[in-house]
Write a protein that binds this ligand. Structure first.
Ligand code: MEV
Length: 318
């Protein structure tokens, strides 16, 4: 028996890092997916095949490659909850570059949780999202849960650690331009770096959180009015806060300068320290990506994916 599920990656438009400290973020699922197929095996082993690496081990053995820990966690959780499942084989195919802030890890957790749930005919998006967040915590303990939520429910959302998520209505398609520095980062390390900043500068950090919150309220208004110029300006402003938090570097600053010269506004998306920047183009996002490519940036256009998680099992979604 097999079950296939797929989940989109994500891009954070506003509020990364601040969301870990209770501020809302605005983020969207993007039209690049991870597809996961899970099969039941008749021997007690866990087998994972992915572009990050392959492994095959017994139920009581830990997984060696830490990048495969979330998938191993989900597999073991499934076998211990389902006595009829001896072992599992999980195949992962990703269109999302890993470790650059586009949600490849969260999309993998969501699609894996869904495909494993599907083996027992279950499909409950809230339960899948919560399993995926638990899995992500095996590599990044203090995740806000924003990324897995966007990858599960799709569309553009605002998300708060305490308030959960709410859809942000979109007038038409929102296209964005992503430029990839090609430098992978550790979200966990960068989130810890910001926590140190928050501890050492509580007043400055508190005031930045309040400014980020106000910025997010104004961005919600820009999105309602499809005011792309103001959206670009808000990205430029948000980038100054991210620089202050210490998650930018020379490479990213240089990329932002190039991107700002062509687009309405740009900023880091995700944890920073490497990874990607995001921009609001002046015209079609594909044209901006081509112009940025001519200036040496590895750029591509993305659209907001409205579907979120998909599976091949018949279900009534909640
Ligand atoms: C990482 O994509 C986003 C962060 O805000 C961490 C989190 O929200 O869990 C840096």
């Amino acid at each position: 028996m097999t079950c296939t599920a797929s989940a989109p990656g994500k891009a954070i438009l506003f509020g990364e890092h601040f969301v870990v400290h209770g501020v809302r973020a605005i983020l969207g699922a993007i039209n690049r997916r991870v597809v996961v197929t899970s099969s039941i095996m008749d021997e007690p082993v866990i087998c994972i095949r992915s572009s990050l690496g392959n492994c095959r081990h017994g139920m009581d053995e830990p997984v060696r490659d830490p990048r495969l820990r979330p998938v191993d966690y989900l597999a073991k959780r499934t076998t211990s909850a389902s006595p009829h499942v001896e072992g599992l084989c999980i195949d992962i195919h990703s269109e999302i570059p890993a470790g650059v802030g586009l949600g490849s890890s969260s999309a993998t957790c969501v699609a894996t949780a869904a495909s494993l749930s599907g083996l027992s005919g279950m499909y409950n998006k809230d339960a899948i999202c919560s399993m995926a967040i638990d899995a992500e915590r095996t590599i990044f303990e203090d995740t806000s849960g924003a990324d897995c939520t966007a990858c599960t429910y799709g569309g553009l959302i605002q998300y708060g650690r305490d308030s959960g998520f709410e859809r942000v209505p979109l007038r038409g398609d929102l296209e964005l331009v992503i430029s990839d520095s090609g430098v992978t980062h550790s979200t966990d390390t960068l989130v810890r770096r910001v926590a140190v900043f928050a501890d050492e500068h509580p007043d400055a950090f508190g005031s930045m959180c309040r400014r980020e919150s106000a910025l997010i309220n104004s961005v919600l208004q820009c999105l309602r009015e499809n005011d792309l110029d103001s959206l670009g300006d808000a990205m430029r402003e948000n980038q100054t806060y991210l620089c202050r938090l210490g998650i930018s570097n020379d490479t990213l600053d240089e990329m932002i300068t190039i991107s700002d010269s062509i687009c309405r506004g740009s900023k880091i998306t995700g944890a920073g320290g490497g990874g990607c920047i995001i921009a609001v183009a002046r015209g079609p996002a594909n044209d901006a990506a081509r112009l940025l490519g001519e200036k040496g940036l590895d750029s591509f256009a993305v659209r907001i994916d409205r579907a979120g998680l998909k599976t091949d099992i018949p279900h009534i979604s909640p």
